[in-house]
Design a binder for this molecule. Structure first.
Ligand SMILES: Nc1ncnc2c1ncn2[C@@H]1O[C@H](COP(=O)(O)OP(=O)(O)OP(=O)(O)O)[C@@H](O)[C@H]1O
Ligand SMILES: [Mg+2]
Length: 258
C-alpha cells in the first residue's frame, strides 16, 4: 500500500467557449516520508495536479487515495502552499501564521510557540504584529510557508515556494525545509522550475510534458545525494551530470512545442 496513490487522473477545464485538457493518464505513487518534485514546462498541469491532490479540484476522471482512503476524509492532513502567497491582508503576520492551527483546532501554547519559533528560524524576527503589505514579497512567502508547516500536515505540498526569494535565502530555506521534513518524517511534493532545487531536495524528480500534461519521465535520485542536505547535494560531484541529463530532457520537451 502506498501512502499516496494517484490513479489514472484526467482533468479537463471547461469554460463556456473552450475545453482545456490539463492532465491525462496520471498514475503515481508516493511513499511515506518521500520527497518528490514536479518539474516541467509552464502550463503542463503541475499546479492543477496539486489542487486535485489537495481536494480543491475534483478531477474529471481518476482517484486519489491517501493511506488507502479516498481524499474526502483526509483534508486536514494535507498542507498546501499555493503558487501565490495567500496571506490575509487585514490580519497580522502572527494571526496569519496561526490561522491554520486555529481552523484545525490545534491552537495551544505549545503549537503557537512552535510556529513563532519557526518564524524566527525563517529569518522573520519582530514582524509578528505587522501586516503582510509591510513585508517584501520574499518575506510574505516565508510567512506563508510557516503557516503551512505550523499544522504539521502529513502531506506537504509546495507550489514554487522559493521562486520569489533571492538565491542565498532560497538555499538556506531549502536546507531548513528539508531538515524540518526529515525530522518529522514528512512526505512532500514540491513544484519547482529550478532543476537544481529539484535534484538537491528530492528522492525522485517527476518530469511532466505538456499538451496534455502527463508524466514524461521519472528520475530517482542516487542515495549519495539523498542522504545530504540540499546545500551539500548541490556541491556533490554527481550533481552536475544529473543536472545535464534532466536539462537535456526538458530542452527536448520545450523545443517540441509548436
Ligand atoms: N481555472 C482554469 N480554467 C481554465 N483553464 C485552466 C485553469 N487553470 C489552469 N488552466 C489551464 O490548464 C493548464 C495547466 O495549468 P497549470 O496551472 O496546472 O500549469 P502549471 O504546470 O502549474 O504551469 P506553471 O508552471 O506556469 O505554473 C494550462 O493550459 C492552463 O491554461
Ligand atoms: Mg503552476
Amino acid at each position: 500500500m502506498s501512502f499516496l496513490a494517484i490513479k489514472d487522473v484526467h482533468h479537463t477545464y471547461f469554460t463556456k467557449v473552450s475545453a482545456t485538457t490539463a492532465l491525462s493518464e496520471i498514475t503515481l505513487q508516493v511513499e511515506e516520508g518521500e520527497f518528490v518534485s514536479f518539474l516541467g514546462p509552464s502550463g503542463c498541469g503541475k499546479s492543477t495536479l496539486l489542487s486535485i491532490i489537495a481536494g480543491l479540484i475534483k478531477p474529471t476522471q481518476g482517484s486519489i487515495l491517501l493511506e488507502n482512503k479516498p481524499l474526502s476524509g483526509a483534508k486536514n492532513q494535507i498542507g498546501y502552499m499555493l503558487q501565490q502567497d495567500y496571506l490575509f491582508p487585514w490580519k497580522t503576520i502572527e494571526e496569519n501564521i496561526l490561522l491554520g492551527l486555529k481552523l484545525s483546532k490545534q491552537l495551544n501554547d505549545e503549537t503557537k510557540n512552535a510556529a513563532l519559533d519557526l518564524l524566527k528560524q525563517m529569518g522573520l524576527n519582530g514582524i509578528e504584529k505587522q501586516l503582510p503589505k509591510q513585508l517584501s514579497g520574499g518575506m510574505r512567502q516565508r510567512a506563508a510557508l510557516v503557516r503551512t508547516l505550523a499544522t504539521e500536515p502529513k502531506l506537504l505540498m509546495l507550489d514554487e515556494p522559493f521562486s520569489a526569494l533571492d538565491y542565498q535565502t532560497k538555499l538556506k530555506l531549502e536546507d531548513l525545509v528539508s531538515n524540518t521534513l526529515d525530522a518529522f518524517g514528512k512526505t512532500a511534493i514540491l513544484v519547482t522550475h529550478d532543476i537544481g532545487e529539484a535534484i538537491a531536495m528530492s528522492d525522485r524528480v517527476i518530469l511532466f510534458s505538456p499538451s496534455p500534461g502527463s508524466i514524461h519521465k521519472v528520475f530517482p535520485m542516487p542515495d549519495e545525494l539523498r542522504s545530504l542536505s540540499p546545500f551539500k547535494a548541490r556541491n556533490h560531484e554527481r550533481f552536475s551530470s544529473i543536472f545535464q541529463t534532466i536539462w537535456k530532457e526538458l530542452e527536448s520537451l520545450e523545443s517540441g512545442k509548436e
